[in-house]
Design a protein around this ligand. Sequence first.
Ligand SMILES: *[C@@H]1O[C@H](CO)[C@@H](O)[C@H](O)[C@H]1NC(C)=O
Length: 343
Amino acid sequence: MNLNIITHLLLFYSLSQQILELFEACQQQVSDLKKKELCRTLLQREIQLLFPQSRLFLVGSSLNGFGTRSSDGDLCLVVKEEPCFFQVNQKTEARHILTLVHKHFCTRLSGYIERPQLIRAKVPIVKFRDKVNCVEFDLNVNNIVGIRNTFLLRTYAYLENRVRPLVLVIKKWASHHEINDASRGTLSSYSLVLMVLHYLQTLPEPILPSLQKTYPESFSPAIQLQLVHQAPCNIPPYLSKNESNLGDLLLGFLKYYATEFDWDSQMISVHEAKAIPRPDGIEWRNKYICIEEPFDGKNTARAVHEKQKFDMIKDQFLKSWQRLQNKRDLNSILPLRAAILKR
Ligand SMILES: *[C@@H]1O[C@H](CO)[C@@H](O)[C@H](O)[C@H]1NC(C)=O
């Protein structure tokens, strides 16, 4: 479609229609996922030459239902098979494994992947680019929680029709305002998604339940990894009594974090489907934002460790809420034309 027509349409659409339009234009397509899946298969075959017992899993936004056309591919290499899976030390063992994988990629796959890089972070990764499909990948070792939470999020994504468009517009909004980058001390996409789920769970008439409490057997950490993806198949849609439209939900989300949520004393728990008092442990002391990881209970927002970044985040919630409330035009907080072009 001609861009001017798109712009024209977007200007006269209602806020809810604008959000849907953005979602339709930017959501990950089946063909995008197929390309990543193809790459995963090829890499798994290669890595099995080094570690015959290993398996490679696609995780994160490519598979959790909240991906966009430009989402990177996150991969998790599992080298010790269940049932007797044991933790790989990320500092020593994982780094060693990734060093071998990195070397292997450099020598065998230079025609297919570009710039493999070993990043020695707290959770080390190999970063590379699929030359054929132009997709960026991050590969970690045995970050098992990431596999489980991918399927938990995926189930939330498809449980209720409003969840995916709402998350997508909020991710785009956060990126536009530069508060969606954990490597720069702001919110990871994962934290943002949990914030949206939490908001939907805590409405007086909720739009989402706690899946882990309603279906404990489907999300038990005891489920074997190769079966984790089956759990979501048996869960029926959630029928909410709240008929609020997407525009009101976006406004409600901004308002909730701008004026209602108590950052200083509360922790977001998607597992409990409510805000709970912050625990006492060292992990939670002197933190600006506390968001409980649904499986291992760690703080997904620990990257926000500077007061200045925290203030920037809160400030953006407040300003955007005020602006959107006055204008009821998505363009007032997120220039749509640019967002759609970027996907
Ligand atoms: C439904 O959701 C809206 C947010 O868009 C919220 O303000 C309202 O309180 C909810 N309605 C009920 C009955 O809980």
